[in-house]
Design a protein around this ligand. Structure first.
Ligand code: GLV
Length: 327
């Protein structure tokens, strides 16, 4: 039997599949393994099921020459040095598709909560400040009829666009690759990023984190946005410059922000952003439903086991590794 490392407790649906086919070394703690703990966990393993909190570098891979696959329990894989894995013949897998709708739904939850100031309303009641109905109490922004700017028009971005139709929104999209058929079908129009930022009432981010998208939204970009606009980040924290966002929210450059992801992540509870009334921050939970996390666990396990069986996994980021092995 092969040996596989699992770097945190994942839903049983995935663990069961792994245990049927492999010896499983499971990291049982709530916090991720330290680099030293990770090295120890990976020792002698044929495969690793990793999370977005594990940095899988060339050094990590060099220590375990027997490792054939790193199967990430996430659609994003910016925590894995893919070129380093490819050079060393290690397959890298991810879990696309199964979390698309769940993440798009959550993006809407963030958009609506921020637009209609739901967290502030909850605090208001909890703090005993609700004395009467107020004609100007906690006034928010209408989604209906507003302009939604979607940055990153991939799977998740397109699902977000689909949901905008129910709110009669004008949908703008930005992507380096413009799929005009998809945009037409969803009633979206491509715009250069600066124009999208200028024209949108709500801007939502759905790009992968790469060197090109790091700090894609900085002081200059926030400065282009409308003063009442709301920014949603359901992508990766470093896509937004945290200091610039903190300043923009403080100075009224934009109206508000709702973030599933932050930089750093987790963001310290005493960071100025956390206590700002116009910032809504939640702990990277956009794909967190029972059904979706089960599907992610199954997919990550199936990807890993397929590589170990010498088969093509359902989702591989660097397929050239497999092609090379066949030769
Ligand atoms: C979560 O952020 C993911 O990439 O799946």
């Amino acid at each position: 039997m092969p040996t596989v490392a699992v770097t945190r407790v994942i839903p049983e649906a995935g663990l069961r599949l792994l245990r049927e086919a492999a010896e499983v070394k499971l990291w049982p703690e709530e916090l991720p393994p330290s680099p030293a703990d990770l090295a120890e966990l990976l020792q002698g393993c044929d495969g690793a099921l990793t999370l977005l909190t594990d940095a899988i570098t060339g050094d990590v891979l060099d220590r375990e020459p027997g490792l054939k696959v790193v199967s990430n329990f996430a659609v994003g894989y910016d925590n894995v040095d893919v070129p380093a894995a490819t050079t060393r013949g290690v397959a890298v897998c991810n879990t696309p598709g199964v979390l698309t709708e769940t993440t798009a739904d959550f993006t809407w939850a963030l958009l609506m909560a921020a637009a209609r100031r739901i967290p502030e309303g909850r605090d208001y009641v909890r703090e005993g400040r609700w004395l009467t109905w107020g004609p100007t109490l906690l006034l928010g922004r209408d989604l209906t009829g507003a302009t939604l700017g979607i940055v990153g028009f991939g799977r998740i971005g397109r699902e977000v666009a689909k949901r905008a139709a129910g709110f009669d929104m004008r949908v703008l999209a930005y992507d380096t690759y413009e799929d005009h058929d998809a945009a037409r079908e969803l009633g979206a129009t491509f715009r250069p990023l600066d124009d999208l930022l200028r024209e949108s009432d709500f801007v939502t981010l759905h790009v992968a984190l790469t060197p090109e998208t790091e700090k894609l939204i900085g002081a200059r970009e926030l400065g282009l946005m409308k003063p009442e606009a709301i920014l949603v980040n359901a992508a990766r924290g470093p896509v937004v410059d945290t200091d610039a966002l903190t300043a923009a929210l403080r100075d009224g450059t934009i109206g508000g922000a709702a973030m599933d992801v932050t930089d750093p992540e987790p963001i310290p509870a005493d960071h100025p952003l956390v206590s700002m009334p116009n910032a809504l921050i939640v702990p990277h939970m956009a794909s967190a439903t029972v059904a979706t996390r089960d599907r992610m666990a199954e997919m990550a396990a199936n990807n890993l086991l397929a590589v170990l069986r010498g088969e093509r996994p359902p989702h591989i980021v660097n397929p050239e590794v497999l092609e090379r092995r066949q030769r």
